[in-house]
Design a protein around this ligand. Structure first.
Ligand code: PHE
Length: 359
């Protein structure tokens, strides 16, 4: 026979055991002990069947209430333990989001890209648009259209890279363009006269030493109109070099020969040598920086422009060359070695703006 006092003992026992439990496993053990299939409260409930109806009416609700009380005490303790665990984690994994972030090095702009942009900005100021052509071109665009026929020694001089043809295909092979001059022809074909374009881009020659790499960069210039002369060429180039080097730069035109210009001139810029370093825009030494001339009538013809109506100048300048001069970089080969130390030293911040005339 079960007494009220017995129930109070049970309640007290489980309430205090639950309060003392320190983890989920201990709590689960207590649940089985109290209200599991063979738990102490469950066994008591089974005994209800043996009671008389009156006694059962009194004990039934009491036992149910006890079972509910213990069940909710278990649930409350479980929630409390989980809260405590979460609190402990939040304490342990606390993070100060106001701390400054770890320093991450930004990449730099390669000197070739920088100078490419600078040259483009300066020529754009003078009314030149940017034109492009393929790096793999036909020998017609790279040579024939530029008045360099098949037997011409200039072909051999240029150390050309030839593409392969399938066996039995006897057409002349395509080439990696040896200069940006084929873009002259493409611009003439695409837009006719008048023309004012520059064509910056990669060019290729089989050559390798301190001042030559098999791939390098040129910027071509082409201006065609009814009355363009060498005087315009000289003005444009002096204007360009002064803006580019940020100081007045004198040029010297030396008579030269290119098959695609007549007359032709190689252009030097004024410089000085002091203790092995070169300074542009002062002194009485000269440095060769480009080839130029008046576009040959045969070249205008190849581009579909009537040489009796139109004339113009063209020039081709080494981008890497003027980058070395402006930024004091001694060895061309380092440009293309992807050495991070070199890139960090000579590279430019992305925020650096190109030198623009008057700016
Ligand atoms: N294409 C010539 C070179 O690569 C340069 C040049 C361009 C000369 C245009 C005259 C006119 O050497």
């Amino acid at each position: 026979m079960m007494e009220g006092a017995d129930m109070d003992d049970l309640r007290e026992k489980f309430v205090s055991l639950i309060a003392a439990a320190t983890d989920a496993a201990a709590l689960e053990e207590l649940r089985v002990q109290a209200v599991g299939k063979k738990g102490e409260i469950s066994l008591r409930m089974r005994e209800l069947g043996k009671m008389g109806p009156e006694e059962r009416q009194v004990m039934g609700p009491k036992l149910n209430a006890l079972k509910d009380e213990i069940t909710s005490a278990l649930a409350a303790k479980k929630a409390a333990l989980e809260d405590a665990a979460l609190d402990a984690r939040l304490q342990a994994e606390w993070l100060d989001v106001t701390l400054p972030a770890r320093d991450r090095r930004a990449g730099t702009i390669h000197p070739v890209s920088q100078v490419w942009e600078e040259a483009t900005a300066i020529f754009a100021d003078m009314g030149f648009a940017v034109a492009e052509g393929p790096q793999i071109d036909s020998d017609w665009y790279n040579f024939d259209a530029l008045n360099i026929p098949g037997h011409h020694p200039a072909r051999a001089e240029m150390d050309t890279f030839y593409m392969a043809r399938a066996a039995g295909d006897n057409r002349p092979p395509h080439v990696l363009r040896t200069h940006t001059s084929p873009v002259q022809i493409r611009a003439m074909e695409a837009q006719g006269a008048p023309i004012r374009i520059i064509a910056p881009g990669r060019v290729y020659r089989a050559d390798y030493d301190q001042t030559h790499t098999p791939m390098f960069h040129q910027v071509e210039g082409l201006a065609i109109d009814r009355d363009i002369s060498m005087a315009n060429l000289k003005w444009v180039l002096e204007e360009f070099f002064s803006a580019f080097f940020g100081t007045a730069v004198k040029t010297r035109f030396r008579a030269s020969h290119f098959p695609f210009t007549e007359p032709s001139a190689e252009v030097d810029i004024q410089c000085s040598w002091e203790g092995g370093t070169v300074k542009v825009g002062e002194g009485d030494a000269w440095l060769e920086v480009l080839g130029s001339g008046m576009v040959h009538p045969k070249v205008l013809q190849a581009g579909g422009i009537d040489p009796d109506q139109w004339q113009g100048f063209a020039f081709g300048m080494g981008i890497d060359r003027i980058a070395m001069l402006k930024y004091g970089i001694p060895d061309l080969r380092a440009f293309f070695e992807s050495d991070l130390r070199w890139l960090r030293h000579y590279g430019f911040s992305a925020l650096q703006v190109p030198t623009i005339r008057g700016g």
